[in-house]
Design a protein around this ligand. Sequence first.
Ligand code: OOB
Length: 538
Amino acid sequence: MSQQHLPSNTVEFTPWPNDIAHQYRDKGYWLDLPLTEILSEHRNSDSIAIVCGERTYTYRELDSASSLLALHFCEHGLGPGDTALVQLPNVAELYITFFALLKAGIAPVNALFNHQRLELTEYARQLEPSLLIASRDHALFADDGYLEELKALTNIRLTLFHRENLTRVFDKNMESKTTNSFLPTNPEQVAFFQLSGGSTGTPKLIPRTHNDYFYSVRRSVEICGFSPSTRFLVALPAAHNFPLSSPGALGVLFAGGTLVMASNPEPTRCFELIDQHSVNTTALVPSAVLLWLAHAATAREKLRTLTLLQVGGANFSESTARRVPVELGCKLQQVFGMAEGLVNYTRLDDSDEVIFTSQGRPMSPNDEIRIINSEGEDVAPGHTGQLITRGPYTIRGYYKTPQHNSRAFDNQGFYYSGDLVQQTPDGNIRVVGRVKDQINRGGEKIAAEEIENLLVKHPQIINAALVALPDERLGEKSCACLVTQDEKIKPLVVRKFLRAQGVAEFKLPDHIAVLPEFPLTAVGKINKKALRAHMQNL
Ligand code: OOB
C-alpha cells in the first residue's frame, strides 16, 4: 500500500484499506473522534489530573492550560499540516503540550529526554517541524548553539522552552480567554508520531492516527480496569508508548484518575512518591523491577497502596515475575507491546501460570497475528516463529520510507515485528527471542546498524558489529566488536568518538572488543550468531 498524498494541510501516512477501515468503524473501534476527546468527559472536573513535584493540575486546569497554549500556536499561524519536535522530561508540561498540539492540529514527535543531537537532528530532518518545544535542562539546549543548527536545517518558526516562555504562556491567567473551539486534524489523519525502536541505520517515525490511538487507549483502559480511583506513577520516560498509552497516562486521563510524575524509576524517590500520593498502579521495565525488588527488602511498607505493577518492554524472567506479588505486595500484569501498534496484556483475572509465564494476548478481537518461519509459513502450534500482525491500531507503514516499508510490511499489510514468539494452547504469547538486529538494553532499544555505521567512520576501524551480551541487571548489554588497523584502539577513544557524533548515551557500547576478523555466513555477511556465541564464551 503506498503512502497517501493529501492536501498540504495534512501529514502523510499509509492508510488502512477502505473495506477494513469500514469494519473498524462498524465494530465501534474507530469513533472518528480526535484524541483531544480523551479529556472531554472530565474537562470540567476539579479533581487532580497531575501531580508534578509541588504542583498539581486539576482536569479543568489541564484543559485550560492546553487551550491557552493551543491558542498561542494558532496566533503564530501554526495548525494542521504543521509538525513539532518536542523534547521534555517527565513533567506535567509534557501532557499540557501534547494536548495543546493536538487541539491546534499540529502533529508532534515526542523525543525521549535521553536523545541527543544525532536523534533529534534525524527527527527534524524527516519531519521538517515548524515548532520546537524543549528544555534548557537538556545539555543540548543549555545555550543556543544547537538551536541555531536546527533552525538552519528546518523551518522552525516558534521555539518554546520549558520553565521559560513555554510555562509563561499558560501560567499567566489560566482561567481567562479559554476556548475549546479548536479544529484538531481529521480523526482519520495523523495525530502524532511515535518512535520506533528500530533495527536499521536511521530511526523511523511511526505515524499514529487519532482513530487508531484513541481505540488502543480505550481498549487498554477496559482491560486494565483503570478508573477515577487509579493513581498512576509515571516513572518510565513519559513519551514512550508503554507509559503513554498502555493504558499509561492517556488511559489514566481518559478514566479520570491521577498521574504522579517521577523523573525516572529510581526506587528511593519512587517509593516516597507512592507513599506520599497513595499511588496504586505503575508501569516498569524489567531492569527497574530488579532495582525495586532490591529496595523493597527494606522499604516495603512504602508500597502499601500499590495494587498493580505492569511490566513490559523487554524480556521478563519467570523467576523475577514470581517475586513481584510476594516481595512488592501487588498484582503483576505483563505487557508486550510495540510503538508500531500491537499490545498484548495478561488479563487481571488470568491464572498465576499465565501471568508469570507469558506476555499475554492481543488486546483487540481484531488483532490478527501470525507466527511464521523463515519461509513465511505458519509454524505448528506451540512452535517458535516470527510474530507478524495487523489490526485496528497497528500501522501500515512508517513515515516516508517506502523502501523500508516494503520489507517491514507484506502486501497483506502485516507488520513484521522481528520478535520470535510461541503461542500457548490458550492463545497467550511468550517472547523467546528476536530476528531483528536490535539490542534491548533494559527496555531501551538500540539498532545495531545505526551504531555500526557511526563506528566505521573512525579512520582506525575497518569493520564493526554490535551484538548483545547477556546482563543480569539490564537483560542485555551491547558489545562493539571491531576489526581495526591498530589493535590497541582504546575503548575510551571509541566512546568519545561516538559521543562526539551526538549519539544518545544509552547507545554507547558497554563492551568493546577488537578481533582479528569476523566469522562470516555462507554468503559472506557477518555471522552475528557465531560472533555473539564467541563473545559469550570468552
Ligand atoms: C515497547 O515498545 P517499543 O516500540 O519500545 O519496543 C517494542 C519491542 C518489541 O517488538 C519487543 O522486541 C520488545 O520491545 N518488547 C518485549 C516486551 N515488550 C516489548 N520483549 C519481551 N517481553 C516484553 N514484554 O517496548 C512497548 C510498547 C507498548 C507497551 C509495552 C512495551
